[in-house]
Design a protein around this ligand. Structure first.
Ligand SMILES: [Zn+2]
Length: 351
């Protein structure tokens, strides 16, 4: 009997160079996410067959053409590309670069162990970084924020896994001491190449913010999901004050959506749909109220020493001036209000 495998091989024609290659899916019924972190990263999977526990399905998210090194998601390989002709612009450049043996694309592409039964984290990293590089062959105003945001976030996850799961270097390209050193060699050509989790997260965050800045506000659920993801990333990076501001943003977006959905229900417009939005908004408002409280305490604790010192430097002032000056110095609202109140109480007891 043939050995059981979670992979399904599938022959595809590369949408760029038309070479045929065998890519693979993982049978989705064979595993389930077990522990999912705030930023959607699946920390552990539960496999039906315990022999497969070492397999990380996210390693296989990006397909790779071994001929021209085009790297992208399965949909694009299968011709379901919705980029509106943007792929064509990438194609021209990629086909030229991939034929140059010393090009970024050829060198990084060669580090992907395409023929291996299973991908190593290094192969997955190389494929993800290539996928980003290829998308960024487009000029900045032509780029697809959605795709880039996703690719950067997924790359951050891979760096996290390599570190947290202590995944060893699989094969180190000649002339380098480690796979990391190999990746770092690309910095000269591409200063922004993501080389560790934090850097990949920082850029993912910017691209997710791009999505919000360019959204047409038609889908409040989508928008709030993106905002929640941004909050999770900010918290992960310890940027708690920004996370707190973003939570307030979620709250007011949900409150606005609730208001217009309520008005629509009263007028009898799309009642079922708007009722759904009302329920959704109520849940979001509850959650973000609790999260704002939790984060507020964290931020206050973090900012307190510096804010106290700032107040001491102010000399003889009143509580209102304390509030204004702390705000000027960009302390979080909760810190400004609490310290000004503390100041007021102290002043009263002195009298
Ligand atoms: Zn190809």
């Amino acid at each position: 009997m043939a050995k059981e495998t979670p992979f399904v091989p599938v022959k595809v024609k590369c949408p760029f160079c038309e070479a045929e290659s065998v890519q693979r899916y993982i049978k989705s019924r064979m595993y389930q996410p077990e522990i999912v972190e705030e930023d959607s990263h699946v920390a552990t999977y539960k496999w039906e067959n315990p022999e497969f526990v070492h397999i990380r399905p996210n390693f296989y998210h990006i397909w790779h053409c071994p001929n021209c090194h085009f790297c992208d998601e399965t949909e694009t390989f299968r011709g379901e590309d919705k980029s509106g002709g943007k792929q064509e612009l990438i194609r021209e450049k990629l086909l030229i670069y991939s034929r140059m043996p010393n090009s970024f694309i050829a060198r990084l592409g060669a580090a992907i162990d395409f023929g291996k039964d299973e991908y190593s984290v290094d192969s997955a990293l190389a494929a993800h970084i290539l996928a980003i590089y290829e998308q960024e062959l487009l000029s900045p105003n032509m780029r697809q924020f959605n795709k880039l945001a996703r690719f950067y976030l997924r790359t951050a996850w891979l760096f996290r896994e390599k570190r947290d799961l202590s995944l060893m270097d699989a094969s180190i390209p000649g002339g380098f001491e480690s796979f990391q050193a190999f990746l770092e060699s690309f910095k000269a050509e591409w200063p922004g190449v993501p080389l560790e989790e934090r850097a990949a997260l920082e850029t993912a965050l910017l691209r997710y913010q791009d999505i919000l800045n360019h959204s047409s506000n038609t889908d409040v659920k989508f928008e709030i999901n993106v905002m929640n993801l941004i909050i999770a990333m900010l918290r992960r990076m310890g940027r708690n004050a920004e996370a707190l501001r973003a939570v307030r943003g979620v709250f007011s977006t949900a409150a606005k959506a609730r208001q217009s959905a309520r008005a629509a229900v009263q007028k009898g417009v799309n009642v079922a749909q708007n009722q759904g939005i009302l329920n959704f908004a109520a849940g979001v408002i509850d959650k973000s109220t609790a999260l704002a409280e939790e984060l507020g305490e964290i931020v206050f604790k973090e900012e307190l020493p510096a804010a106290r010192e700032a107040v001491l430097k102010m000399g003889p002032v009143d509580a209102k001036t304390v509030l204004d000056k702390l705000r000027e110095q960009k302390f979080s609202d909760i810190t400004c209000r609490r310290l000004s109140k503390m100041f007021e109480k102290q002043a009263q007891t002195k009298k």
